[in-house]
Ligand binder design. Structure first.
Ligand SMILES: *[C@@H]1O[C@H](CO)[C@@H](O)[C@H](O)[C@H]1NC(C)=O
Ligand SMILES: *[C@@H]1O[C@H](CO)[C@@H](O)[C@H](O)[C@H]1NC(C)=O
Ligand SMILES: *[C@@H]1O[C@H](CO)[C@@H](O)[C@H](O)[C@H]1NC(C)=O
Ligand SMILES: *[C@@H]1O[C@H](CO)[C@@H](O)[C@H](O)[C@H]1NC(C)=O
Ligand SMILES: *[C@@H]1O[C@H](CO)[C@@H](O)[C@H](O)[C@H]1NC(C)=O
Length: 391
């Protein structure tokens, strides 16, 4: 009997340990707990309970200020509120915030993905932070006609236990104005190794922020001048407008599963400083294509490599959604800037308010002449072989 009991105790103990462990486990890539706000509060959703008295607690989130769960189809002032995905989302009132504690690896870089919509035509923005890091994301520009967009923001973890905070810094006269957010996810980023024969890091754009497999609008990458904490490792977005990170499930992507769609003309620039040897000739090559999103032609990019700038037009070819392009340059220093922006300000043919543009992928910078030395080497081997045969 005693034995049986102690065995039971062990099991209970193990179970409790398991619970304790799972409570302190590192955050996993993907949605935060109740990141889509679809988990019902203990008293049910406000709309199910009729008129709610007082604020509803949102499972797994802490709130401060007026934070409301909104429902898809819900109307306000004759306008239907936009819920990016599923049936629910949250709206942040003036100076209101929601936050969730997460356990991360100190020193690592993480990217947070979220969807956001405006409710009123006012200037709305969202302060996303994992203190001490923070960024204000401007929601004024709508990039898609659906009325919402997904964004990514990256931070370096200063501690193991951090809090991801979304705050509406606005102070509107109408307290029911304020951004709606949904689908909050996280991903731990890594910086891919630099390939031996290519000076560009993450030139194929395969490493980047979390993307839901079924979310079809791509992810906007807003301005980020800090190379160390970029949602797109290796690259920075150095313009005041965003570029779009796209996937092969919903867009045409030249290589692999991910690529960049440049939006907003000169206002959407991605760049990278690559290692070069001064006075050596180099060749920048990349894929230039269309995203398959009914973007109005013509599409063109301005490609920069050191002191060279070239305007390259995408030439539609019925067999392919992309072409390769190159720019030759001579390095002037041990670091050379490679950058791209869209020459035109394109919108979709089926709706004039959705921004789109040329796709860039598989960016490479190689020293020219390295292939020549291979040819030279081959030649030498052939000559030697010939000589051996002759003698
Ligand atoms: C809520 O926000 C207000 C204003 O920003 C702040 O003074 C207060 O300390 C916050 N309360 C909690 C519990 O965080
Ligand atoms: C975002 O909010 C935090 C906390 O309220 C504040 O410290 C930070 O300065 C804000 N960030 C920006 C970019 O305004
Ligand atoms: C997307 O997928 C997630 C989980 O994989 C699911 O919870 C969500 O409802 C899906 N969203 C849509 C719009 O289908
Ligand atoms: C498209 O592919 C077909 C068959 O592979 C080829 O005959 C044709 O020349 C290609 N067209 C273009 C524009 O490259
Ligand atoms: C760059 O140089 C290569 C030869 O090294 C040449 O084939 C290519 O056409 C050049 N590209 C441009 C855009 O001039």
């Amino acid at each position: 009997m005693v034995k049986k009991n102690s065995a039971k105790c062990k099991w209970v103990y193990a179970f409790l340990l398991l619970l304790a462990c799972s409570a302190t486990a590192m955050v996993e890539d993907g949605s935060l707990v109740n990141g889509d706000f679809e988990t019902p509060p203990s008293g049910g959703f406000p709309s199910d309970a009729g008129i709610s008295d007082g604020p509803t607690a949102i499972p797994s989130w802490k709130t401060n200020g007026t934070v409301e769960l909104v429902e898809s189809g819900q109307k306000q002032g004759g306008m239907i509120l936009i819920v990016p995905q599923g049936a629910r989302a949250v709206r942040l009132g003036n100076d209101a915030e929601i936050s969730q504690e997460i356990k991360v690896e100190k020193g690592s870089i993480y990217s947070i993905t979220f969807s956001a919509a405006r409710t009123c035509a006012q200037l709305e923005s969202l302060n996303v932070s994992v203190p001490p890091a923070s960024q204000n994301i401007d929601l004024q520009t709508l990039y898609s006609v659906q009325g919402w967009d997904s964004y990514a923001w990256a931070f370096q973890a200063a501690e193991e236990d951090v809090r991801a905070v979304f705050r509406n810094p606005g102070m509107e006269d109408d307290p029911t104005c304020g951004p709606i957010i949904d689908d909050i996810a996280i991903k731990k980023l890594f910086v891919p190794d630099k390939p031996k024969d290519n000076a560009v890091v993450n030139g194929d754009f395969e490493e980047g922020p979390w993307m839901f497999r079924n979310e079809s609008l791509g992810i906007l990458l807003p301005t980020n001048l800090d190379e160390e904490t970029s949602s797109l490792p290796g690259w920075i977005v150095e313009s005041n407008r965003a570029v779009r990170y796209i996937d092969s499930y919903h867009f045409s992507v030249p290589g692999g599963k991910r690529a960049i769609e440049l939006l907003s003309g000169k206002e959407g620039i991605i760049s990278q400083m690559v290692e070069t040897k001064p006075n050596k000739p180099y060749r920048l090559t990349f894929s230039l294509g269309q995203a398959g999103d009914a973007c109005k032609q013509p599409l063109a990019v301005m490609a920069f490599a050191g002191d060279q700038a070239q305007n390259i037009h995408y030439t539609p070819n019925s067999n392919s959604t992309f072409q390769t392009a190159d720019v030759n340059f001579t390095a002037k220093a041990d670091r050379t800037r490679v950058a791209f922006y869209s020459v035109y300000y394109n919108t979709r043919t089926d709706d004039m308010s959705s921004l789109c543009g040329p796709v860039v992928d598989d960016v490479r910078v190689e020293q020219s002449g390295s292939s020549r030395s291979v040819v030279g080497g081959l030649g030498l081997i052939l000559i030697m072989g010939y000589l051996l045969l002759v003698y």
